[in-house]
Design a protein around this ligand. Structure first.
Ligand SMILES: [Zn+2]
Ligand SMILES: [Zn+2]
Length: 219
């Protein structure tokens, strides 16, 4: 937020993708089933937080999203899709879809534990307009340690997430002729990012802290 010059007062809505420590401000917040934007607690009065399962916050208004719903004009939570993850257990995660006029739907994913195939299938059910892009974390730590390759996926520990899974996702995304593919290094290794960069060329952008990805409406 600092890098982008965004102050807490400017925030209208917060969307928590899922209740993992790296998405709610640390282990303490995860255990409390709450979230924080910084170490100091901020007054978030007047802010509505949309969460994928039961959570609370001292000052924000918290709403559990149980099914797909519009949360602002053109901005939709596609509703939680839950996966049984090894180690983390049952994990409902919501992704956002932004309908950019004249362009199509841009999907924003947090970790993507439910897999991009399931997330896009949900988007297909909700929208009649073409899909324009996919932005965010997709959880491909495929050249990481064995432990990393088991955490956060629903694959069996003896067949952890692999380069083949990345190739399958890349092929799935490629079949949709997306104009924008932006993968976050969050939980994805360099090998995966290179595979995406190579596959999507001009359409590919890296996601990084303080970076902006702008999709302009067209008529
Ligand atoms: Zn994550
Ligand atoms: Zn996660």
């Amino acid at each position: 937020m600092q890098a982008l010059g965004v102050t807490p007062e400017e925030i209208d809505y917060i969307v928590i993708s899922h209740l993992h420590l790296d998405h709610v401000g640390g282990l303490k917040r995860q255990r409390e089933r709450s979230f924080a934007l910084s170490k100091e607690s901020l007054d978030l009065s007047g802010v509505t937080a949309f969460v994928p399962e039961s959570m609370t916050h001292a000052t924000a208004r918290v709403e559990v999203v149980e099914e797909p719903r519009q949360i602002a004009p053109g901005v939709v939570s596609m509703g939680p899709i839950a996966r049984q993850l090894f180690f983390f257990g049952w994990t409902p995660e919501q992704s956002l879809a932004i309908n950019v006029e004249g362009k199509g739907v841009v999907v924003l994913s947090g970790c993507g534990h439910s897999t991009i195939q399931h997330i896009l299938a949900r988007a297909d059910m909700l929208f009649d307009v073409p899909m324009y892009g996919v932005v965010g974390g997709l959880h491909y730590p495929v050249t990481g340690s064995r432990r990393q390759r088991i955490l956060g996926t629903d694959k069996w520990p003896w067949a952890p997430i692999s380069c083949g899974d990345v190739e399958a996702s890349v092929a799935h995304l490629a079949s949709r002729a997306l104009k924008l593919v932006a993968l976050s290094p969050h939980d994805s290794c360099d090998w995966s990012r290179d595979a995406f960069r190579l596959a999507f060329g001009e359409a590919y952008q890296d996601v990084h802290v303080g970076g902006e990805i702008i999709v302009t409406e067209s008529s």
